[in-house]
Design a protein around this ligand. Structure first.
Ligand code: SAM
Ligand code: DTB
Ligand code: SF4
Length: 332
């Protein structure tokens, strides 16, 4: 019998195995993660995504990290859902700036059926520009997921945020199970999943391992796996969190690459406060997607020319769209 491929995806990871990966000597972890990365991806390729907040602030949920919750005084004003034409105009600019995927985020607890036609028009318009489409709209019912799929949606972002044991310290208005059910509705509708979490919220390494364990034991690994470094926002309960050590963040990316080897791992929020060297280490251990543009949803991100210089200095290039499409098919 041929030996099993050590880089093949596995769905039976134990929490202890994942904790043991975190404990490896840094050099060994980097080597293993970079090796697995090369098995499935061109390590010079990084996917370029851009975010737009299509409905900002006033959210009824109490996610302790979030500037958009109505429970906290973060100074982010609430606004109405944007018009589809304005969203499509922003997407056109993003494409001209080199974005490959356009991610539209709404500060909602859940999608309301009355908003579906407008969101569907945004998806159709953005897709017509030749961009991959992603939305993150809170919890979804199965019929809503099907309607988004019919509009041409490629990806739905819905994060688990942290490990199950720490989750209750971060948010109480929505359960872990609620999140898993939305992800199931997304998968069942045939939409690719974008699902990850946040580090730097005061969690332990075991909690970070718990997040990656939850992701690696989903019925299907996320197609996109964003790891966010908390963007601390004054006025939110987690606004004064102790930042996570830079090398620990790199370890988290490396372990994500090892346990979900075929997922496109995104170095998501937090690049604004990371050195070029830290970002380079993240790319080395398997991060192969970023958000570009000076703004994420409500917080800052590196300027486009800063990222262009970083890509030039590191010899990185935008991921071929064929590669991202192949990923989506491979994960089905
Ligand atoms: N309201 C929807 C929801 O929560 O499902 C969609 C938008 S929400 C802003 C999307 C994700 O962004 C969150 O689940 C969280 O993981 C991430 N996020 C939000 N605020 C963040 C922050 N300050 N720093 C890092 N990540 C953050
Ligand atoms: C994800 O994992 N990160 C993005 C996207 N999915 C929606 C959001 C990051 C938000 C950072 C905080 C802000 O800008 O408000
Ligand atoms: Fe609302 Fe999403 Fe922010 Fe939570 S993360 S408060 S659900 S916008």
């Amino acid at each position: 019998m041929p030996a099993a491929d050590p880089a093949a995806p596995r769905y039976d990871w134990t929490l202890e195995e994942i904790e043991a990966l975190f404990e490896l000597p840094f050099t060994e972890l980097v080597f293993r993660a970079a090796s697995v990365h090369r098995r499935w991806f061109d390590p010079a390729e990084v996917q370029i995504a851009q975010l737009l907040s299509i409905k900002t602030g006033g959210c009824p949920e109490n996610c302790g990290y979030c500037s958009q919750s109505q429970h906290f005084e973060s100074g982010v004003p609430a606004s109405k859902l944007m018009d589809a034409e304005a969203v499509i105009a922003e997407a056109r600019l993003a494409k001209e700036g080199g974005a490959q995927r356009f991610c539209m985020g709404a500060a909602w607890r859940d999608l309301k059926d009355r908003d579906l036609p407008k969101v569907a028009a945004m998806i159709e318009g953005v897709k017509d520009l030749g961009l991959e489409t992603c939305v993150t709209l809170g919890m979804l019912q199965p019929h809503q997921a099907q309607a988004l799929k019919a509009a041409g949606l490629d990806y739905y972002n819905h994060n688990l945020d942290t490990g199950p044991d720490y989750y209750g310290a971060v948010v109480t208005t929505r359960t872990y199970q609620d999140r898993l059910e939305t992800l199931e509705a997304v998968r069942d509708a045939g939409i690719s999943t974008c699902c990850g979490g946040i580090v730097g919220m005061g969690e332990t390494r075991r909690d970070r391992a718990g997040l990656l364990h939850a992701l690696a034991t989903l019925p299907a690994h996320p197609d996109s796996l964003p790891i966010n470094d908390l963007m601390p926002t004054k006025g939110t309960p987690l606004g004064a969190s102790e930042p996570v050590d830079g090398l620990e963040f790199v370890r988290t990316i490396a372990v994500a690459r090892l346990v979900c080897p075929k997922s496109v791992v995104r170095l998501a929020a937090g690049r604004e406060h990371m050195s070029r060297e830290q970002q380079a280490l993240c790319f080395l251990v398997g991060a192969n997607s970023i958000f570009v543009g000076a703004k994420l949803l409500t917080t800052a991100n590196p300027a486009r020319d800063t990222d262009e210089k970083l890509f030039a200095d590191l010899g990185l290039k935008p991921m071929g769209m064929a590669a991202t499409a192949a990923q989506a098919v491979a994960a089905e």
